[in-house]
Design a protein around this ligand. Structure first.
Ligand code: ATP
Length: 254
């Protein structure tokens, strides 16, 4: 029977590219309403995991469900229930803020009054009021990310999947962006977000550290700090990466 409390779950999810195992036997469960932070160095397999969960890439092995829908068989249905912001989310640079939102509303078949109301709601949510007629091209990085987030939310998804949404964005814009993420979570939206920023990870409900395709540890930030007896996630991250590089060392010895 479908568990209605679970947003995303996967077990033994694996992706191989030739001889490279980019995602190695990952199992995670994300309850509804949770902000799950996915941490790991460049190339550790975060984006590949996310793409499989979004139904954009077929796993080599393992399985997963999003809102009970199977990531392989129900990929098309899943796309309607998630808002996905990839690292290279496409905004139309020559369109205004409003026109970008109209475009994405159109893709999801949202038109007329519904589209107008939704657009107004998102402009307010992302703090884009006053910039409606500004070309996307002229927005700074932080504002672009907020517009991209709004576009990903246009069809009122129950789950938001964000792949390094704040990479290269200034600290103030990151703060504002995360305020929006937290307000969405309070409304019951489940969020899976990958990040390199430990201050962002600290505010997640649960985090998973991924390295060389393996999920090394997961837990709440507090649980992990207690478990490793370290003061912050940055120290834990460094500790895990250093230990994992020692040849022959197993994760459960850490
Ligand atoms: N389509 C592909 N074909 C071959 N190799 C790939 C492909 N996509 C990813 N990889 C490789 O798989 C590994 C994991 O990449 P992935 O992009 O998932 O990592 P990541 O943790 O998201 O890193 P980053 O933070 O740099 O995006 C890397 O070694 C990458 O080069």
């Amino acid at each position: 029977m479908m568990n209605t409390q679970i947003a995303i779950t996967c077990s033994h999810l694996t992706k191989k590219f030739g001889s490279l195992c980019a995602v190695d036997d990952i199992s995670i469960t994300i309850p509804k309403g949770c902000i799950y932070g996915f941490l790991g160095p460049n190339g550790s397999g975060k984006s590949t995991t996310i793409r499989m969960l979004c139904g954009l890439m077929t796993p080599t092995k393992g399985e997963g469900t999003v809102l009970g829908y199977n990531v392989i068989q129900d990929a098309e249905i899943i796309k309607h229930h998630i808002g996905y912001m990839s690292q290279k989310f496409s905004l139309y640079e020559e369109l205004t803020v409003e026109e970008n939102l109209d475009f994405y509303a159109g893709i999801y078949g949202i038109t007329g009054k519904k589209a107008k109301d939704r657009k107004a709601e998102l402009i307010k949510l992302a703090g884009l009021t006053g910039r409606e007629r500004q070309l996307a091209r002229s927005l700074s990085g932080g504002w672009k990310q907020r517009l991209a987030l709004s576009c990903a939310l246009v069809h009122e998804p129950e789950i938001l999947i964000l792949d390094e949404p704040t990479a290269g964005v200034d600290p103030l814009s990151r703060r504002v962006f995360w305020d929006v993420i937290h307000s969405l979570s309070k409304k019951g939206i489940s969020i899976l977000v990958s990040t390199h920023y430990m201050d962002e990870a600290e505010t997640c409900d649960k985090i998973g550290f991924i390295f060389f395709g393996k999920l090394l540890v997961e837990g709440t930030p507090q649980e992990l700090k207690e478990r490793f007896d370290l003061p912050n996630l940055e120290e834990i991250f460094i500790h895990l990466v250093e230990h994992e590089q020692e040849p022959g060392r197993r994760v459960d010895e850490i």
